[in-house]
Design a protein around this ligand. Structure first.
Ligand SMILES: Cc1cc2nc3c(=O)[nH]c(=O)nc-3n(C[C@H](O)[C@H](O)[C@H](O)COP(=O)(O)O)c2cc1C
Length: 169
């Protein structure tokens, strides 16, 4: 049975929501990570991933300038990094330098990968589409990396940016 609800109430049923960290270099070559909840697989062949960013994010300009970005699946133990990357702007600081999050150069794009993440996807910008108050960037995946250790992914588990792991059945 269903009952009528307004959007704000109904959308709270979405948890757990996957989160990713997108990384793009700015025009000075600084790699800037941003935490993103609104993301999806957009194509299987060729593989493409989509992320939604508001126009005011520093990362939005960085992706438009560099025309590429990394999509990172953070691990359960990366809560502090994900919260820092999602509450500070690259306009004001160097997020990787300030947190000490370990990174390596990406192989095929001018970006970086995060060493301790579950997985990293190197994407070249395929398209962007305005969608209300966000812009959807679609990236074609041209290289992937997975952790050699088994690690669980990090999710948004409740409203208010509460992050945590999700038990597998
Ligand atoms: C868990 C979480 C999820 C977020 N999801 C999004 C999102 O989907 N899109 C977005 O534009 N901002 C999202 N944000 C906010 C940005 O990460 C935040 O504004 C960040 O500081 C922007 O960094 P930048 O200015 O360096 O790009 C999220 C933040 C958190 C903590």
């Amino acid at each position: 049975m269903q009952k009528k609800a307004d959007y704000a109430e109904a959308i709270k049923t979405k948890y757990p929501e996957q989160i990713i960290i997108a990384v793009a270099k700015d025009k000075n070559g600084k790699a800037n990570p941003v935490t993103i909840g609104w993301t999806m697989l957009a194509s299987g062949e060729p593989p493409m991933l989509a992320i939604a960013l508001t126009p005011k994010r520093y990362t939005t300009a960085a992706i438009r300038e560099s025309k590429c970005f990394t999509v990172v699946y953070p691990s359960e133990d990366m809560t502090e990094f994900a919260m820092f990357f999602g509450t500070h702007s690259g306009r004001d600081c160097d997020k990787f330098a300030e947190t000490g999050c370990k990174i390596s150069p990406a192989e095929r794009i001018d970006s970086v990968i995060i060493d301790d993440a579950v997985a990293n996807f190197e994407c070249i910008l395929e398209s962007e589409q305005a969608a209300g108050d966000h812009i959807i960037f679609v990236g074609k995946v041209i290289a992937c990396h997975i952790n050699t250790e088994p690690k669980g992914r990090l999710y948004s588990v409740a409203p208010g940016h509460k992050l945590g792991g999700v038990k597998k059945k």
